[in-house]
Design a protein around this ligand. Structure first.
Ligand code: PGA
Length: 250
């Protein structure tokens, strides 16, 4: 069985002082896990996070990056800038980016390719809305997001990618997908990857569940055969809760 990859997505939370407190509290609480631990923090916390986690088992990720190396793209951050300061992971195409900032499968692909080229490991988010699920379109949407969003990602590159299945209706709502709903959807996503890359590559791919995962439901979700980890928003802002999720899977 694979170990699990547990990533915290802090979103637009925690200033530098608060980040230092949270990370300092978290370090001893997760030090004995065999799972991979990642914290994806705001850009302004990255330097501090990299410094504080040096020599620990916590890895640091950003929450977005642009696809160009440099240039007149006000407000954007290049993948190489993240790499240079010691960042290892980057969240790409989170549903909040898709909803509020016009992110599309096409820009997700551009950002993913650029992150990979810079040596970062992208955590690529996909997931259906409630109306897409209720109208029977869940599989079409997930298929489109995988087919379009990974169009020219090679099998070799895919080894450095994490996929996060996050049903939009479960994000920040307190409504979690049931263990079976999450497992089934991830199983479907994996089958779409298998069509393109073959079963071996698809089986090796890490696919996380995200959406109101917390210290109460993590154990059940992480015990499911298709679920390779979690992308955690709200519950990652409290050291004890995030650590409980990390430690839920032994
Ligand atoms: P949530 O967020 O855990 O607060 O639902 C998950 C996410 O958006 O990655």
């Amino acid at each position: 069985m694979k170990n699990k990859i547990i990533a915290g997505n802090w979103k637009m939370n925690k200033n530098r002082v608060e980040a230092e407190q949270l990370i300092t509290e978290l370090i001893p609480l997760v030090k004995d896990t065999r799972n991979t631990v990642i914290i994806c923090v705001p850009f302004t916390d990255l330097n501090e996070a990299v410094k504080l986690t040096k020599g620990t088992n916590i890895h640091v990720g950003a929450q977005n990056c642009h696809w160009k190396e440099s240039g007149a793209y006000t407000g954007e951050i290049a993948p190489s800038m993240l790499k240079e300061i010691g960042v290892e992971y980057v969240v790409i195409g989170h549903s909040e980016r898709r909803t509020y900032f016009g992110e599309t499968d096409e820009t997700v692909l551009l950002r993913t390719k650029a992150a990979l080229a810079a040596g970062l490991k992208p955590i690529v988010c996909i997931g259906e809305t409630l109306s897409e699920r209720n109208s029977g379109n869940m599989e079409n949407v997930l298929r489109r997001q995988v087919v379009e969003g990974f169009k020219d990602v090679t099998a070799e590159e895919l080894q450095n990618v994490i996929v996060a299945y996050e049903p939009v209706w479960a994000i920040g709502t307190g409504v979690t997908a049931t263990d079976e709903q999450a497992n089934d959807a991830i199983g479907f996503v994996r089958s779409v990857f298998a069509e393109k890359y073959g079963k071996k590559v698809a089986d090796a791919l890490y696919i996380q569940y995200g959406g109101s995962m917390n210290d109460g439901n993590a154990k059940g979700l992480l015990a499911m055969s298709e679920i390779d980890g979690g992308l955690i928003g709200g519950a990652s802002l409290v050291a004890g809760k995030f650590a409980a999720i990390v430690n839920a899977h032994k």
